[in-house]
Design a binder for this molecule. Structure first.
Ligand code: ZN
Length: 252
């Protein structure tokens, strides 16, 4: 079975989602994690997880979305969402340094506090890092991330950064960019298979006119195929090992 450890499938409309689920069944995708980016988006993830057996919810506030909603008492609100039986992860959290991003100190607070809440409830996390490897590593270490299972979502870094994450027992989540990026695929090639998981980060791509070309959980097959070629290991074996890693993280 394939497990998509990070998506935003709750953001699809009904019609597009039905096609996505249909395609993912054919591709043997058995579990899809729908990660929230705000409190209300996390509520949508939970609502969807009630309707579809294969969808599980992750709840969290994305660094870029901290100012989107009223975040008073956000930890209390998250705690309520954690109580739902299909909430199995804290995500999407992290640090994102861009011109239009919320202030760094605010992002650090949200990242740190959401890691602590994951530790309190013994839930795994999946975190996002953009232009902030140093800052993210500092927080990861100070929050003792080794206490829980964790995933570096949509990994695009170099081998040195990967090694630092692996040292903190972080799993590296491989997405589609390495299909075309030679340098990145050389990094991925060197990662230990027992610390790799896979994801598509699927969300509705209305900017692509051809619906068939949207990234969907079914594209995990492309990732497995490429990993198999890179590592010169049977795709069946890779699939099995990654399923094992993912279930270990998600406690399923
Ligand atoms: Zn995401």
């Amino acid at each position: 079975m394939l497990i998509d450890i990070h998506t935003h499938v709750q953001q699809f409309n009904k019609e597009d989602l039905d096609l996505l689920i249909h395609n993912s069944k054919i591709a043997n995708v058995g579990i899809i994690i729908a990660a929230g980016t705000t409190i209300s988006d996390s509520e949508k993830s939970i609502a969807l997880s009630k309707k579809y057996e294969e969808i599980y919810a992750a709840v969290g506030i994305h660094p870029q979305n901290i100012l989107d909603e009223n975040t008073n008492n956000y930890l209390e609100k998250l705690t309520k969402l954690i109580e739902h039986p299909k909430t199995i992860m804290i995500s999407e959290i992290g640090i994102d340094i861009q011109k239009e991003s919320p202030e760094l100190s605010l992002q650090k607070d949200f990242f740190y506090n959401q890691i602590l809440i994951a530790e309190e409830y013994n839930l795994p996390i999946a975190f996002h890092v953009r232009n902030a490897e140093k800052e993210a590593l500092e927080i990861i270490k100070s929050a003792n991330i080794k206490n829980i299972k964790s995933v570096a979502h949509y990994f695009l870094g170099n081998y040195d950064y990967a090694k630092r994450l692996l040292n903190e027992n972080v799993y590296i989540s491989v997405a589609k960019p390495f299909l075309r990026d030679e340098e990145l695929s050389e990094v991925i090639k060197k990662l230990p298979l027992d610390q790799i998981v896979i994801e598509t980060d699927s969300y509705p791509q209305y900017f692509k006119k051809n619906r068939q070309r949207w990234t969907e959980p079914k594209d995990l097959l492309l990732i497995i195929e490429k990993l198999s070629k890179l590592k010169n290991i049977d795709p069946e074996y890779i699939t099995e090992q990654i399923e094992k890693n993912s279930k270990n993280i998600l406690d399923l």
